[in-house]
Design a protein around this ligand. Structure first.
Ligand SMILES: Cc1cc2nc3c(=O)[nH]c(=O)nc-3n(C[C@H](O)[C@H](O)[C@H](O)COP(=O)(O)OP(=O)(O)OC[C@H]3O[C@@H](n4cnc5c(N)ncnc54)[C@H](O)[C@@H]3O)c2cc1C
Length: 506
């Protein structure tokens, strides 16, 4: 048994050897980035990934030559190092792609961001008048309490617009009634967007991007995000790194405040350092000896929102030019539809005239939707796409389902305190482990942030820097305002770890 007291961390990574490699937990964007940086510096590294595929929640699924990007991942960052890394990996195949997304409402497409004449045409004068009257009433009437999302939004936009464009979408996304979502969330996510700001932008444009929301183009690997992870994996293994798939990590053995053993797939590794992108809940849950009871309780209390996507190949259709559309139509459960050919024409097999789409449904693991049989989900999606008049169900050639676990870390009333409790334990008891990435930090982020945290963790190990990974921030300027899937549950979103602008997935 190694005496861990004898092997303290050494700046420059001198304590890393092939007997004591850096062990990276999770083969998503963060884990792969850590491994990539380490092999570039000539250090032995082993990546342990529980599933049979790399890419985590940013993975690309391939079926019959069609490539499906789960969730639709735009590559956009203000962090030069991350941008450089992306280009280094994908090179000339990192395409610049135009962005188009619209709102589908009442059988009509509304441009997003809103455009004046388009809104008038699509809403019609009568509906527009009703919305204006409802807005004026909201302005004149006494405000009353503003505790909930519903009260906050309808006070500012009027009840009618709230019902059309906020209520159903938000409820479907988060699985809670709009009356149960805290007003603070709306205040944070929809700030800067008043009725007049929206109307002004709609009629006079959004000069200077005052409504901080949208980018009109973004980078995208020719073959989807999966290409990035495949190329990274090749670079890692060709430079001596090791990647083990189907290797779920089940135990982290702690001695003298260090992880001395990592157990995965029946094998035991002795790490010099551990970089973990596992959800905090998992890291705490597999520690041995067990973490103190308050830490275990905190970890068990962290919550996540899941989603599943029904992937359909539809014959002979180029359904719509958008990368994705937001579905505000009542009567269907689907929330967003991805159109993969618009992301990159190479997402469908060469010469194919078929369309491939991802119909996205939001749920909790174990709920009715999550547990619905795949066949039924495919049938439901086909029925819904027909109901939306976007394609005929009979034209669906084949379909299948991908479920995405822990897609969204939830910021509920207690999450910040829980994360703090876990973090204190990690800092004091696991000196050679660094948590990185999205669920690794319980951070609602984009892949640029996940990757940057991994880069900083490697710098701490190799250069002896003292970056506080929990405070790494990136500013993503492509918040989608009203449609943004930022988290609604938080009562108090301000924690030291959350200072600065938050990135979000669209
Ligand atoms: C719907 C949606 C849309 C998004 N859109 C964008 C976008 O447009 N642009 C963007 O930049 N980002 C986007 N993101 C965010 C992006 O997907 C994440 O930031 C990124 O994937 C997080 O990377 P990660 O490596 O931290 O975590 P993950 O991707 O979650 O990877 C963690 C890995 O750990 C593995 N693992 C878990 N438990 C174990 C275990 N016990 N043992 C071994 N391995 C384990 C998992 O299988 C997984 O592969 C989006 C996310 C969602 C959900």
């Amino acid at each position: 048994m190694p005496d861990t007291q004898m092997v303290p961390s050494v700046p420059g990574g001198a304590d890393i050897s092939s007997d004591r490699p850096v062990v990276v937990l999770g083969g998503g964007p963060a884990g792969l980035t850590a491994a990539y940086q380490l092999v570039k510096a000539g250090k032995p590294v082993i990546v342990l990934e529980s599933t049979g595929q790399l890419g985590g929640i940013a993975r690309t699924t391939v079926k019959e030559g069609f490539r499906f990007d789960l969730g639709g991942h735009r590559f956009f960052t203000k962090v030069q190092e991350v941008d450089d890394l992306w280009h280094e990996i994908v090179g000339a195949e990192f395409l610049k792609r135009p962005r188009q997304s619209r709102i589908y409402w009442n059988d009509k497409f509304l441009e997003y961001p809103l455009e004046g004449m388009d809104v008038i045409r699509k809403l019609g004068l009568w509906e527009l008048t009703l919305c204006m009257l409802s807005y004026l009433w909201a302005m004149l009437k006494p405000k009353g309490s503003e505790d909930t999302f519903e009260e906050w939004v309808s006070n500012r936009f009027g009840r009618r617009l709230y019902n059309h464009f906020f209520k159903t979408y938000t409820e479907k996304l988060w699985g809670v009634k709009a009356t149960e979502i805290r007003a603070e969330w709306a205040a944070q996510r929809i700030k800067g967007l008043s009725f007049f700001a929206a109307a002004k932008a709609a009629f006079f444009g959004n000069k200077g991007n005052k409504i901080k929301s949208l980018i009109s183009e973004f980078n995208y690997p020719k073959y989807g995000p999966g290409q990035m992870w495949e190329l990274m994996a090749e670079a890692i293994t060709s430079q001596g790194g090791e990647i083990r798939l189907n290797a779920p990590v089940t135990k982290l053995k702690i001695e003298n405040q260090r992880i001395t053993e990592v157990v995965a797939g029946g094998e035991t590794l002795t790490p010099s350092h551990v970089i973990s992108s596992l959800p905090l809940r998992t890291t705490v849950g597999i520690a041995e000896p067990e973490a103190p009871v308050e830490v275990r309780d905190a970890a068990r209390g962290l919550r996540y929102r899941e989603f599943l996507t029904v992937l359909l190949v539809i014959s002979g259709h180029d359904l719509f030019p958008d990368n994705w559309i937001y579905i505000h139509q009542p009567g269907v459960q689907v929330l967003r539809i991805q159109n993969f050919k618009s992301w990159s024409p190479y997402m469908v097999p060469e010469g194919s005239t078929d369309a491939s789409v991802g119909m996205e449904y939001f749920c909790f693991e174990g709920d009715e939707l999550w547990n619905t049989e795949d066949e039924k989900l495919v049938a439901m999606a086909a029925e819904e796409i027909e109901k939306l008049h976007l394609a005929r169900a009979a034209d669906v050639k084949f379909g299948f389902v991908e479920r995405v676990h822990k897609a969204y870390p939830i910021y509920d009333e207690l999450y910040a305190e829980r994360v703090r409790t876990i973090r204190n334990w990690l800092d004091s008891d696991l000196k050679n482990l660094t948590q990185v990435g999205r669920n690794g930090l319980h951070r609602y982020n984009n892949s640029d942030h996940s990757m940057l945290t991994a880069m900083r963790a490697v710098e701490n190990i190799l250069r002896g820097t003292d970056h506080d990974i929990w405070s790494v921030n990136v500013e993503s300027v492509y918040h989608e305002e009203v449609h943004d899937s930022e988290n609604p549950y938080a009562k108090d979103q301000h924690t030291p770890a959350m200072d600065g602008p938050l990135a979000s997935d669209r």
